[in-house]
Design a binder for this molecule. Structure first.
Ligand code: OOG
Length: 247
């Protein structure tokens, strides 16, 4: 029997102490379903500390990310208000943060079916996600990273734009004025709208309706890059403007 709460506590403590732990599956092999139970138990811990659910993040929606991390399946995790970052990330609170460009969707109405999700979107923006695996050396198996809430740590987004086709827009990520990643939103499952629908389907399947005000991060279009202290990051999406964050 896998002790779901004990595993969730180990990851939660790693995040709070900013100290990495060994992969959970090294000592206790478990499957994907159990991994999502551990993820949910970790989110419940956050909720008990007063954090509010703020949305859904998708992971491994691009080949670049799958290849970077050595996994081959789409995953999802939950965002809370405490992860939302306005302009600065304190990297001393994190273990080995990485940053990646994202497409963000704003949910305007409760979503009761995956088919209805696109009509419930009231905004689209360029965003970023700061990942911070709680595992040593950022190394994990698929169940490990799912249990670890898909490495979610911090996120942010630029100004909302009216929903429109963002299936193939250029994305640029710069650190201190130097381009570090470029890509197209088409790298996200061919169209980030597919990732949006998958987010709604997966959330509904887990008994969660996307709520008004929630954000869906469609997943990175490029590999993630290390996020050092004292960095200035800018992510630009063609037609969507930019979002900036400092560390
Ligand atoms: C897992 C999270 C991946 C994405 O956009 O592909 C992810 C990781 O790489 O640590 O969020």
């Amino acid at each position: 029997m896998v002790d779901v709460d004990m595993l969730a506590e180990r990851l939660d403590k790693a995040a709070r102490d900013a100290l990495p732990v060994a992969k959970l599956t090294e000592r206790t092999p478990f499957d994907v379903a159990t991994a999502y139970a551990v993820q949910r138990a970790g989110i419940e811990r956050r909720r008990r500390r007063g954090e509010l659910l703020a949305g859904v993040k998708m992971g491994f929606t691009s080949r670049a990310k799958m290849a970077q991390m050595g996994v081959d399946d789409v995953i999802w995790g939950l965002l809370t208000d405490a992860m939302l970052t306005e302009s600065a990330v304190d990297v001393s609170e994190l273990i080995h943060p990485r940053v990646e460009p994202e497409i963000a969707y704003l949910i305007g109405r409760e979503v009761r079916s995956a088919a209805a999700v696109e009509s419930a979107v009231t905004g689209v923006a360029v965003g970023f996600e700061v990942l911070d695996s709680r595992y040593r050396d950022f190394k994990f198996t698929l169940p490990d990273v799912i249990a670890d809430n898909a490495s979610a740590a911090r996120f942010g987004f630029g100004a909302w734009h009216a929903p429109h086709d963002v299936s193939n827009i250029g994305l640029l990520m710069e650190i201190d004025g130097r381009p570090v990643q470029t890509g197209s939103s088409a790298a996200i499952l061919g169209d980030p709208a597919r990732s949006l629908r998958a987010a709604a389907r997966l959330a509904l399947g887990a008994g969660l309706k996307l709520e008004p005000g929630w954000i869906v991060l469609a997943g990175a279009a490029t590999a993630a890059v290390p996020l050092p202290k004292g960095a200035h990051v800018r992510v630009t999406g063609a037609g969507l403007g930019s979002v900036e964050v400092t560390t």
